[in-house]
Design a protein around this ligand. Structure first.
Ligand SMILES: *Cc1c(COP(=O)(O)O)cnc(C)c1O
Length: 397
């Protein structure tokens, strides 16, 4: 058996890692370096949209790597225009800026909001953000994040954020009343790291209307809940609204690092030459990954499948666990599902791993499932067959 170091002495000690290393994958399964197989219900935290070793994605990426991996933003990248056009079509928005990660997409969103304000003569623009939000770990995005653990030790935080509770339109109105410096409202349609907390459809519509009325940007972080995971391309589309700014990342490249901020007419022309840029953003490999991921999702009907398999999975979890003492709620949409327990259940990540299932626990008490969108109902049944007894055992302790 290959020895997995309990700690990696040369990498910084930033992650509480499980003592396994993955070697390869196929579909919804991965194998560790000792040959043990796992059912992947996490997809690298909502990244591996098409699972592992996808028969359509891998040859396309191989072809791209053999042609050109990176050029640079001095030159046009045809697939960047192609992917941008596709994202515009799917979102009903107008222009895209490409980066490489979620926080980078959110940084761009925050910069857009601030310059939107400055262009209107607002010198100290403020952005509304939410309790339990997660927007990344750069100084600006951790300041927008609503989790003290993420912020601890990194002050002073970036100013210009107003924090409000979820799904409370009166609280939003009160927190911003008479404040001429507000420029944007910024949230995740379904909070991921915060514990699979959904914005209600009526609330989404109310905030859209308020932003229109006040001339604020509606900025929706779809980094985790977007890209088909809920059964629509973007989770806010369930409310029939269109944001002004939409950061994307995780699932967009099916494993290849990529981020994007999509802008509607109110935000599409805020950045002028010299205002923003990044070396890796929009590079040929990432752009090919994005183009092919969306093409394959469309060809294989993965939105419809995510909705159907997700409903099946959530229904089974509700039936098996929903009424048990110690289970607070089973919630989520499509293949973004949370099971909230009444106490800290972080230990379940390791126990599931031992039992051959990859999941995560977020916000201490929420079991989080984010499977690849290729997961079938039969595979979802295997998730249930492993997870439900583990949770029952945990509750009995
Ligand atoms: C993961 C995540 C981010 C940060 O993305 P990185 O690629 O890790 O920088 C931002 N927002 C949301 C909603 C996320 O889930």
């Amino acid at each position: 058996m290959a020895q997995i170091e309990a700690s990696s002495p040369h990498t910084m000690n930033t992650y509480g890692r499980l003592p396994i290393a993955l070697s390869h994958g196929q579909g919804v399964h991965v194998w560790d370096v000792n040959g043990k197989r796992y059912l992947d219900a996490l997809a690298g935290i909502a990244v591996n949209t098409l699972g592992h070793n996808h028969p359509k994605l891998v040859p396309a990426l191989q072809d791209q790597i053999s042609k050109i991996i990176h050029s640079c933003n001095y030159y046009h990248v045809p697939n960047a225009e192609k992917l941008a056009a596709k994202l515009v079509e799917l979102s009903g928005m107008t222009n895209v800026f490409f980066g490489s990660t979620g926080l980078e997409a959110n940084e761009a969103a925050i910069k857009l909001a601030r310059k939107f304000g400055h262009d209107k003569g607002i010198e100290r623009p403020e952005i509304v953000v939410y309790e339990k939000a997660f927007h990344g770990r750069s100084i600006a995005t951790l300041s927008a994040t609503g989790n003290e653990k993420v912020q601890q030790g990194f002050g002073p935080l970036v100013e210009g954020f107003i924090r409000v509770p979820l799904n409370d339109i009166d609280a939003l109105k009160q927190a911003t009343e008479g404040n001429p410096n507000v420029v944007a409202v910024f949230f995740e349609t379904i909070q991921g790291e915060g514990g699979i907390n959904q914005m209600r459809i009526d609330y989404l519509k109310q905030v859209r209307a308020l932003c229109d009325q006040k001339d604020w940007l509606l900025m929706i972080d779809e980094v985790q809940c977007g890209m088909g995971r809920t059964g629509k391309w973007f989770a806010h589309q369930w409310a029939g609204i269109v944001p002004d700014v939409m950061p994307l990342a995780k699932g967009l490249g099916s494993g290849v690092p990529i981020g994007a901020v999509v802008a509607g007419p109110k935000a599409a022309n805020i950045f002028q030459p010299g205002n923003h840029g990044t070396t890796f953003g929009g590079n040929p490999l990432a752009m090919r990954a994005g183009v092919e991921t969306i093409r394959i999702m469309e060809e294989d009907g993965l939105l419809e499948s995510a909705a159907r398999v997700g409903a099946h999975l959530k229904g089974a979890l509700q039936r098996e666990l929903g009424n048990l003492d110690g289970v607070v709620e089973v919630r989520g949409q499509g293949l973004m599902i949370g099971v909230e327990l009444a106490r800290n259940c972080s230990v379940l990540t390791q126990r599931a791993c031992d039992a051959g299932l990859l999941i995560s626990v977020t916000a201490d008490t929420v079991i989080r499932l984010l499977p690849p969108l290729i997961m079938t109902e039969a595979e979802a049944d295997q998730v249930i067959a492993i997870l439900v007894p583990l949770v029952k055992d945990f509750l009995a302790q």
